[in-house]
Design a protein around this ligand. Structure first.
Ligand code: NAD
Ligand code: UDP
Length: 327
């Protein structure tokens, strides 16, 4: 990985660079000797995520909304397009903004990449598979998405983003790649973003009930952030167009994830069932055969170890915020 990135890119543009995945991506690129320009409007990201990078000579942070015409930026040979709300709470709150990020934001990022003949990587999502009828999900599956449901603003924005990425590749010859990222967790997730892992951690540390939706039998396959970022960068450094699933195939019921977090936190919080979320996918698990074969990538951090690291980070940085307190 080190050699491939070093030789491959000299400067990367990371949209959404002040977010959870974006900040880890910037950090990793800088560690590999690649200069980074991070573009972010702080819709869901935070200055704290990149505070430790601000003085790095190879790092530049530009505050900008990717859906608006872009300012003049230094030439880059890689564009990693991550800007978009990602948690159901935020993308439903920022519904039209999320559609705009997937549509206008992706087109602007593609135009920039095309102009500089840069490698372009789209951070797409397992949500393009919707509530999947095939299991585990392979890249050839077209998905099962409710086009007008509450999740559609995100799912369809990403499906559109994939379509426009594929079109630039076909029509303009832009060097594009599509990563379909599955649920990722780790340090720098926001305690108020409503996603399962930070919510359960916040609740367990505060001694509050862990709110499991529906029966809790629905499954997710969660991947530690370092593994996901390594996968994204391996795809960027390759010539593969994707889509490639990046995720950890260790599938667990949501109620079991809650129970494990409670145990690791040494918490005696009860587990409370709350109303099921509308259109909540019932099962989700990546088939990562392609990533293994094409990129030589597979996740390395196990579930308990990743959760332990995440819990340690939340404990160190103080109790994560309550819902809405940093929104
Ligand atoms: P995040 O909310 O922490 O990061 C998104 C970043 O994009 C934030 O810093 C936000 O301020 C920025 N942003 C949003 N709209 C913008 C706009 N219009 N202009 C400029 N910046 C904007 O979320 P994340 O979990 O880090 O997700 C990053 C990317 O990865 C997203 O595209 C998301 O869809 C994708 N993804 C994440 C996961 C996951 O589990 N974390 C899974 C699948 C896909
Ligand atoms: N979930 C839950 N309690 C919460 C937040 C989420 O039980 O406080 C459930 C949610 O309904 C879904 C799963 O956990 O079944 C994963 O939700 P998340 O928002 O983390 O990701 P996504 O639904 O986008 O995969």
């Amino acid at each position: 990985m080190r050699e491939r990135l070093r030789g491959r890119f000299s400067r990367a543009l990371v949209t959404g660079g002040a977010g959870f995945l974006g900040s880890h991506t910037c950090e990793r690129l800088l560690a590999e000797g690649v200069e980074v320009v991070a573009l972010d409007n702080f819709a869901t990201g935070h200055h704290d995520n990149v505070a430790h990078l601000r003085d790095h000579p190879g790092f530049r942070l530009v505050e900008h909304d990717v859906t608006e015409p872009w300012p003049a930026l230094d030439a880059c040979d890689a564009v990693l397009h991550l800007a978009s709300a990602a948690s159901p709470r935020h993308y439903q709150r920022l519904a039209i903004e999320t559609l705009r990020a997937g549509a206008f934001g992706t087109m602007h990022a593609l135009e920039f990449a095309d102009r500089h003949r840069a490698r372009f990587l789209l951070a797409s999502t397992s949500e393009v598979y919707g509530d999947p009828r095939r299991h585990p999900q392979r890249e050839g599956y077209w998905g099962n998405v409710n086009p007008i449901g509450p999740r559609s603003v995100y799912d369809e924005a990403k499906r559109y983003a994939e379509a426009v990425t594929a079109a630039y590749r076909r029509e303009r010859g832009t060097d594009t790649a599509i990563a379909r990222i599955f649920n990722t967790y780790g340090p720098r997730m926001r305690g108020d973003d409503g996603r399962m892992v930070p919510t359960f951690i916040r609740q367990a540390l505060a001694g509050e009930p862990l709110t499991v939706t529906g029966t809790g039998a629905q499954t997710r396959s969660i991947c530690y952030v370092d593994d996901t970022v390594r996968g994204l960068l391996a795809l960027a450094a390759s010539d593969h167009p994707g889509p490639v699933n990046i995720g950890n195939p260790h599938e667990l019921a949501v109620r079991d994830i809650a129970a494990e977090i409670r145990a690791l936190a040494g918490s005696s919080s009860p587990i409370r069932r709350v109303a099921a979320a509308v259109d909540d996918p019932k099962r989700r698990c990546p088939d990562i055969t392609l990533a293994r074969a094409a990129l030589g990538w597979r996740p390395e951090v196990g579930f308990s170890e990743g959760l332990r690291r995440t819990l340690a980070w939340f404990a160190e940085t103080g109790l994560p915020a309550r819902p809405g307190s940093r929104a």
